[in-house]
Structure formats: C-alpha cells, structure tokens
Design a protein around this ligand. Structure first.
Ligand code: ATP
Ligand code: MG
Length: 279
C-alpha cells in the first residue's frame, strides 16, 4: 500500500485530525503547523526528545491549549470540550510516567476508567439499590476481564504501589481501555517494561484493535516496536512533521535518518537492528 493510499484511507475515516496545530510556551514554539489524520488501528508517533510528541497528547487530552489550529474528533472541535468531556467523547490516554493512585488497589484504579459510563446517581449509590449493585458488579467483571487480558488478574487486589513500574504502566492501559475509548493515546507504553510484559501488552492491544475501530496512537522510542505494530508512522522533529509513511518509507527516508535515526541505524539496516541515535 502506498502512502497515498494510506492518506486517502485516513482521510475518509480519520477519527482524529490535527489541523495546522501550533503550540507555544511563551517564546518557545513547540508545535509549528502539525497536520495529521490518525486512522483507525495503530499509528506511530516518533521523534527525538523534546520534539513535541507529548505536547500533542496534552493538546488532545486538554492539558495544554493550542495557540492556533484545531484538533478534531470526527468533526467535533476538541477545544470546545473540557478534559472530562473529551474522555466522555472517547479520548483516553496514558502518561509517560503513570498517573495512578498508588495506595488504592489495582482494581480500584482500573474502575476509575469506567466512571463516565456509570448511569446510577448518588441516591442509588447511597442506598445501595439493586440496580446500582448490579452496575458495580458488571463494572468489576469488565475490569477483571481487562486485567486478565493483560496478565494482571492475580494482582487485582494488591496495592498498586507494590507493582513494578512496568505493571503499573499496563494498569494504566487497562484503566484507559475499560472506558471503551474511540481514541487511545499511549505515551511510551513499553518504556520500563520487561520483554515478557511488552509481549503481553502488544498481544492485548492487537486483539482489541482487531475487534474494534479503536484509533490507537503510540509514542515510542523503541523503533522495532513501532515499526512492527504501526502501518503508518509520523516523525516529529522540532515541532514539525518531517516524514510520514509506512515503516519502510520512514526508516529509509534520509531526512529521518539525519534528524532522528542517525547513521548507526542506517548501517544496522531497517530491520529494527539499529536504534535511534537521537533519543
Ligand atoms: N507545560 C510546558 N511549559 C513549558 N514548556 C513545555 C511544557 N511542556 C513541554 N514543554 C517543552 O516543549 C518541548 C517539547 O516537549 P514534549 O514533552 O512534548 O517533548 P517529547 O517529544 O514528548 O519529548 P520526550 O521524547 O523527551 O518525551 C520541550 O522543549 C519541553 O521542555
Ligand atoms: Mg514525551
């Protein structure tokens, strides 16, 4: 499939669009006219440290305001929605360093991802009405299924702070997924994970992407992971997209080799043996 085919495909169905997005912190221009149409399935977002990758997620999830340009979910302008409104509309994310309640259990943390789907009100909760109990039971079952999918069922009732950093990162992914997002933004999900955890994580994500229309955007410095998982990859450098295309296209693009991958990667070949110099 050529990049033109990919772009046309993305154009007709893109659930998430960045349109001439600019972000500046004072005089520091961090994003400068970013245009991306993220498609359903896996999308990679790569680039050197400080390129502005996390800033894109911060704009999409409402932590940072764009200076100009637009971010659209379908045809909905995200600037009109607060953070919780974005979650309600289907945008969920994880963080580069997981943000979890460490003295709550794993189950309690994952349940938080379902708070927008609870239909019962405070009265129902206060008096523990049957409908509320049923809703809570179903929610716990859903969270347990998700933890099972990602190999964490046995840890469900442990304090989250007792888990390894890698497992905490997977808990965050589970918390995002139980809300049935339309868009899932994963910020360096594999950093700090052991090889076995990475395998479990990717297998679970693959299954969910196969079964749904989820649009999944992965920021990662692990190039082998990105090129294996993502049919389309965007390369950000100093706040601009310098290349986009298939794994083969971006890893052989001289501009990307110069700005990010480095000559060491080029010598290692585009088979994932080389690693970016500039991370
Ligand atoms: N809230 C903020 N206030 C001021 N500057 C910020 C803010 N957030 C990010 N920056 C700056 O914007 C630039 C891009 O940061 P960002 O975190 O988006 O990079 P990144 O591509 O995610 O890098 P990394 O790979 O290291 O995570 C950096 O120079 C950073 O210092
Ligand atoms: Mg970052």
């Amino acid at each position: 499939m050529s990049i033109n085919d990919l772009s046309e495909n993305a154009q007709s169905v893109a659930p998430l669009t960045l349109d001439d997005l600019h972000v500046a912190f004072g005089g520091n221009r961090v994003l400068e006219g970013v245009n991306i149409k993220f498609a359903p399935g896996f999308n990679g977002l790569i680039g050197p440290n400080g390129a502005g990758k996390t800033t894109i997620f911060n704009v999409l999830s409402g932590y940072v305001d764009a200076s100009s340009g637009k971010a659209l979910l379908g045809d909905k302008d995200l600037a009109k929605l607060k953070q919780t409104g974005r979650v309600r509309n289907g945008i969920c994310r994880t963080f580069q360093s997981p943000k979890l309640i460490l003295d709550a259990t794993v189950m309690e943390n994952v349940l938080l991802g379902m708070h927008t789907s609870f239909k019962r009100g405070h009265a129902s909760e206060l008096f523990r009405l049957p409908a509320q109990k049923k809703e809570e039971t179903l929610a716990r079952e859903k969270c347990m299924d998700m933890l099972e999918e990602f190999g964490l069922a046995e840890d469900a009732h442990k304090e989250t702070g007792d888990l390894s950093l890698g497992s905490q990162k997977i808990v965050e992914v589970c918390r995002a997924l139980v809300g049935d997002p339309k868009v899932l933004l994963l910020d360096e999900p594999a950093a700090g994970l052991g090889a076995d955890d990475v395998t479990i994580l990717l297998k679970g994500l693959r299954r969910i992407v196969e079964d749904t229309d989820l649009c999944l955007v992965i920021i990662e410095h692990d190039l082998e992971l990105v090129t294996t998982m993502c049919p389309i990859i965007y390369v950000l450098h100093f706040g601009r997209i310098i290349s986009e295309g298939t794994p083969e296209e971006i890893t052989s693009d001289p501009v990307v080799i110069e700005a990010y991958l480095g000559s060491g990667y080029a010598e290692g070949g585009s088979d994932g043996q080389g690693e970016p110099d500039a991370v």
